[in-house]
Structure formats: C-alpha cells, structure tokens
Write a protein that binds this ligand. Sequence first.
Ligand code: IPE
Ligand code: IPE
Ligand code: MG
Length: 245
Amino acid sequence: MDFERPERGLHVGIIMDGNGRWARERGLLRTAGHAEGAVRVSGIVRACPGLGVTHLTLYAFSTENWHRPLAEVTGLMRLFRQQIESKTEGLRRNGVRVRFIGMRHRLPGALRAMMQAMEERTSAGERLHLTVAIDYGGRNEIMRAASTLAREVARGTLHPEAIDEDALAARLDTNGLPDPDLVIRTSGERRVSNFLLWQAAEADFAFPDVPWPAFDEAAFVAVVAAFRARQERDERVALQAGFVS
Ligand code: IPE
Ligand code: IPE
Ligand code: MG
C-alpha cells in the first residue's frame, strides 16, 4: 500500500487586466481589446497541462465592472456568449472541465443558460479544472457564505461551534477547489481588485507588465517558471533551517 499523497498540480489564478490600455495604444475600441484578450485564453489553457497546472481560475468580470459604460458591459456579455458557443466542444475534447463562480443569478438569462450547459457538457474533464469568475467579487462571496452559515444556524442544522475555516470555505463558490498557489495580474497594476480574497491568503503574486491581450504562452511559461524557482528556493531555505524533514 502506498501512503504517498497524490500529486496535485498548481492552481493559478489570473486577473486578466489591461484590455482597454492595449486597445487604446492601437487606436482601437476597448471592445476590440476584450476580444483580443479572449483569444489569449486559448493559448494559456493549452499551456497548463505541460506546466503542471491542474487548476486555472480566470477573472473575467468583477462585481465592480457593472459600473462601466453600458455599451462596454453589453459587449462583454456578448463576448462571453460567443466564447461559450465557440469553445465548449474543444475544451470538452481536451479534458477541460469548466465551472463558473460569481453572482450568476444577476446575469442575463440567455448567458446563464449557456454557462450551465457548458458546465454540464464539460463535467467529465479531468486534465484541467478551469474556473471562470463572472460577476464575481471576493467580499460578496464571503458575505454570501456567512449568510448561508447564519441561515443554517437559524434553521438548527448547524451548531455555531461547528463554524471553522473549513465550514466557511465549504460555502464559498470555490468549494472543492484547492487554494491558488499563484495569482497573476497582467498590465503592471498591483491591486487584488476583489479577486479570491479568502482563497489567496497564502498565494504568491506576480505582476507582469504586459497587458492581457499581449500575454502569450511564452510569457505565461516564464511567470510560472519564476514562481517555481521562488518556491524551490523557499523549500531549500526551510530544509536548511530544519523545518522540513
Ligand atoms: C480587463 O481589462 C478586462 C475586464 C475588466 C473585463 P480592462 O478593461 O480593465 O483594461 P484596462 O485596465 O482599462 O486597460
Ligand atoms: C479587475 O480589473 C477585474 C477583471 C480583470 C475582471 P479591473 O480593471 O476591473 O480592476 P480595477 O478597476 O483596476 O481595480
Ligand atoms: Mg483594468
């Protein structure tokens, strides 16, 4: 009998920022930046298995992004529909399981139905767990988890003493996913912008300067390699200090 823990791959979260700036530099509409950004996703997804990344979480639309001009919001919702339409079959064939997190009941009905169908059609995928955050905010997610706990206590199905970190984590949208090891935010901005606030407590952060539409596979590979090098260095230091046997 082998008691070794099964190897889990990396969980990488990405705040896909800089679409607007990329477009402006080229004299294009912001919507064109978002469209080019969507093209980048395929390459990043393709690169994951080879890099040992088993979980990828992409921040596509924040709870704050509703405050953008209506035309931009509408364009993004259309882009999400187009992406689901054109990508579902290929992702399914490649063993990618897609799930969505966020306030999905606030999204347009047609999009919601497509998201659910995509989750169902890709549910057997095991090579890569792809989570897409749409109308997602970390504070909102934690607030909803707290509210679920309160309702269970009020109903008498949960003892207040049973509330620990695991109990709260189990009521987050990300229930069942490992915490991210690495969070990448493109375009040089160094803000967390409400992404995975609870889950990224122990994560490493990388802030490549390139805007998302210019963040290609090679750039992704370099960021993950730099992260692994940091990780190995920390493990060596811990070993030398005798913290790890
Ligand atoms: C990120 O790019 C995409 C979304 C938030 C949907 P931005 O649209 O924020 O691009 P910048 O930050 O204005 O360049
Ligand atoms: C964060 O980017 C949200 C997404 C990438 C979906 P924003 O551009 O919306 O964040 P702020 O406004 O710079 O904080
Ligand atoms: Mg931005």
